[in-house]
Ligand binder design. Structure first.
Ligand code: KG4
Ligand code: ZN
Length: 407
């Protein structure tokens, strides 16, 4: 099966084409991402209307690029029929720029040899999700291909199950791990612990009551005068402080302390807004007493912030592990790109639960991408063909963006 995956839930526009057969081997024919980070930087976070506009602008050129890379682009002289033109225009009436680009591009190519289109329909920013969904539906209409709606968080779970084949790159081996699985999903919009007793059966056993952990990284960074996205900025400075401490002649104890919210509560829930507020007060206090925050001090606060977040995530995951006794622990979402968090999880689990396998996404697969969406779509289609929406069918027409979709 050849699947075209589309991801537009937040500030990355991504398209990927995969070829898969039998379930275990995934050949990546193309995998393209355009990050909108630079566009959202001045706002200190993602600005939904801009994200929507950028997705609409990016998708058609990216489609051309991915089809080309996958060897599926063939030019044609045949025009799309005019009856379809009307449906097309209606479907994309809120995305005039995307409509114009597609009306120009599609008649120039032959229907590509793909079997289905997988698209993220939630969770995420509704205006951004809608662009991806309407784009997928437009392609489905033009090419008469089915659509597989994908839950973005299931994509993050599956991203940890893809392992690069050393011999035959760009092939990834995909394997369902031993169950029960506990998944810690940490991203800009989510922080949750999910119990997976059987493949495709999810139960959220703990989640954040306020900010997501990535959001806390982004907000703390902003308070510290660092650009969006804050995660990599904070992590870089925390590492510098650690290095300074390792190489310093004198022991360099940090004099700044941040809370570890809810670390002793009996449940598996999180709360990160308190840490962010504590950073704000800390910074205000320093600014009142001194001429401002020095880079050394900023590094020290970043360090303390990363330690506080890591300890909180780890302690809750360990507690959930004691209760649910998983055979595998999966980490997914943009924050798993954090080297310190990964290292502490691996070291602690190795010590306390050496029999439990920890799976984290390969580099570049932690943050949003369309490869994970194509793979999740493929796996869903194999597992439950009812999830496939036939072109022009009733279910296709009912497909909606669901910003708050849960697993
Ligand atoms: O999964 P993702 O790409 O998008 C969402 O679905 O939200 O996650 C983005 C989040 C941002 O908040 C970003 O600051 C955070 O992941 N992030 C990191 C790191 N790299 C990205 N957080 C901590 N450390 C990192 N190295
Ligand atoms: Zn994500």
């Amino acid at each position: 099966m050849i699947i075209l995956g589309i991801e537009t839930s937040c500030d990355e526009t991504a398209i990927s084409i995969i070829e898969a057969s039998g379930g275990a081997k995934i050949r990546v024919l193309s995998n393209v991402i355009i990050s909108q980070i630079e566009i959202h930087k001045p706002y200190g976070g993602v600005f939904p209307a801009l994200a929507k506009r950028e997705h609409a602008r990016n998708l058609t050129p990216m489609l051309e690029q991915t089809l080309n890379e996958a060897g599926l682009l063939t030019s044609s002289k045949q025009q799309v029929s005019s009856s379809k033109d009307d449906d097309f225009k209606k479907l994309l009436e809120r995305e005039p720029e995307l409509l114009a680009a597609l009306l120009e591009f599609l008649p120039k190519i032959k229907v590509p040899k793909i079997d289905a289109i997988a698209v993220t329909y939630g969770p995420g920013l509704a205006p951004a999700l809608w662009v991806g969904i309407n784009f997928a539906r437009a392609l489905s209409l033009a090419w008469e291909k089915p659509v597989i709606p994908v839950n973005h968080m299931e994509g993050h779970v599956f991203s940890a199950l893809l392992k690069k084949s050393r011999k035959e790159f760009p092939i990834f081996n995909f394997q369902f791990p031993n169950t029960p699985v506990l998944a810690l999903l940490i991203s800009g919009g989510h922080t949750e612990i999910v119990l997976i007793k059987k493949p495709f059966q999810y139960k959220v056993v703990g989640e954040t009551r306020d900010d997501a952990v990535g959001e806390a990284f982004d907000k703390a960074a902003r308070i510290l005068g660092l650009p969006y996205p804050g995660g990599p900025e904070i992590s870089l400075r925390a590492e510098k402080f650690r290095k300074r401490r390792r190489t310093s002649d004198q022991p360099l104890a940090t004099s700044y302390h941040l809370p570890r919210p809810m670390i002793r509560s009996d449940d598996f829930d999180f709360s990160f807004s308190g840490i962010k507020t504590a950073v704000l007060y800390m910074v205000k206090k320093i600014e009142n007493l001194t001429e401002g925050i020095t880079e050394d001090l900023r590094e020290e606060i970043c360090y303390e912030f990363e330690e506080a977040v890591t300890e909180t995530l780890l302690s809750k995951t360990l507690r959930a592990t004691e209760k649910y006794k998983p055979k595998t622990v999966i980490m997914g979402g943009g924050v798993t790109a954090n080297v310190h968090i990964q290292k502490m999880f691996k070291e602690t689990f190795e010590k306390k639960f050496p029999d439990i396998k920890i799976l984290v996404p390969e580099k570049n697969l932690s943050t949003d991408n369309a490869l994970m969406i194509a793979v999740a779509g493929y796996m869903r289609a194999l597992h439950n063909p009812k999830k496939i929406l036939e072109p022009n069918g009733r279910k296709m027409k009912a497909l909606r963006a669901d910003g708050n979709l849960s697993l």
